[in-house]
Ligand binder design. Structure first.
Ligand code: 76R
Length: 249
């Protein structure tokens, strides 16, 4: 019988993408704009404090292209906190000038294909804990996209035996490790939560490495035979300090 793999699940994740209503923003009074920026900056500071206390993390990037203007990735211990956080953002003055563009709900996931050694408590090792509850990197570039594993005719991931899937993912991880220090990936599981099966969030110092890793992985069997991809979003980092300048009209 084909077996599911056990997963370690960490913080809950919300990717929240917004476009700016530039026309409304330009027509607003200068005082209104300044108030919106000040209040939003306070929200950013609040999220930074959560991150410093290791109660969650976030990433904030400017999206390149017309799919959105901003992408936030929020990590929190519970779904409720994600919900509260988005509601607080929605109630803010700044949100009056934001148009929802896209969102994605998932949970940080590590699949356990490697058998545990006797007496080992893998989940509680500092390495696994650090990956389940990560402080997201503040690297210059980010890419986010959802993906599925294919289930078509002879290319059905869900009819492969666990050891076969484990071997294919091991091959995949060897490609991944070539990008150590260049790419940091966060895999989030979204089965039961959103439209695709996983969310892939990649961070890079050099934007071209995002293209290189995804391209190279396309040739790994786990992607070439079993990977289906959704929409890609790519962004450059947004710093709190540059916000006022970015929003100046
Ligand atoms: O968790 C681990 O590090 C163990 C090995 C590993 C697994 C099980 C691993 C390593 N990944 C795993 C699972 Mn991955 N990963 C992706 C993408 O665009 C594409 O073609 C794929 C998008 C990237 C870029 C990437 C990077 N990985 C998964 C899964 C879940 C599958 C399942 O459970 O069925 C998906 C959807 C997925 C997708 N992966 C790595 C990387 C990198 C860089 C590594 C090496 C990490 C390291 O060892 O430091």
């Amino acid at each position: 019988m084909v077996e599911a793999v056990e997963t370690f699940d960490g913080w809950y994740s919300l990717h929240d993408l917004r476009s700016i209503d530039w026309t409304a923003w330009k027509y607003a009074k200068e005082e209104e704009r300044q108030n919106a920026i000040a209040e939003f900056t306070e929200l950013l500071s609040k999220w930074e404090a959560v991150e410093e206390n290791k109660q969650g993390s976030h990433a904030f990037y400017k999206v390149v292209g017309q799919k959105a203007d901003f992408i936030f990735m929020f990590l929190r211990p519970t779904m409720e906190e994600l919900n509260e956080l988005e509601t607080e953002l929605n109630k803010s003055k700044f949100a009056e000038f934001l148009i929802p563009a896209h969102s994605y709900v998932s949970v940080v996931e590590i699949s356990r294909y490697q058998p545990e050694k006797p007496g080992e408590d893998l989940e509680n090792t500092p390495y696994i804990q650090g990956r389940l509850y990560p402080t997201l990197p503040k690297w210059d570039y980010m890419s986010f996209y959802p993906m599925d594993r294919r289930r078509e005719g002879n290319d059905n991931w869900y009819t492969l035996e666990k050891d076969v899937r484990g071997k294919l993912l091991y091959e995949h991880s060897k490609t991944g490790r070539k990008y150590a220090g260049k790419i940091q990936q966060v895999i989030t599981g979204s089965i039961g939560f959103d439209d695709w099966e996983w969310g892939v969030t990649l961070f890079a110092h050099d934007v071209i490495q995002l293209k290189k890793i995804v391209y190279e992985m396309r040739f790994d069997e786990v992607s070439s035979r079993y990977g289906e991809f959704g929409e890609f979003f790519v962004g450059t980092i947004m710093n709190k300090e540059e916000l006022a300048n970015y929003l100046a009209v």
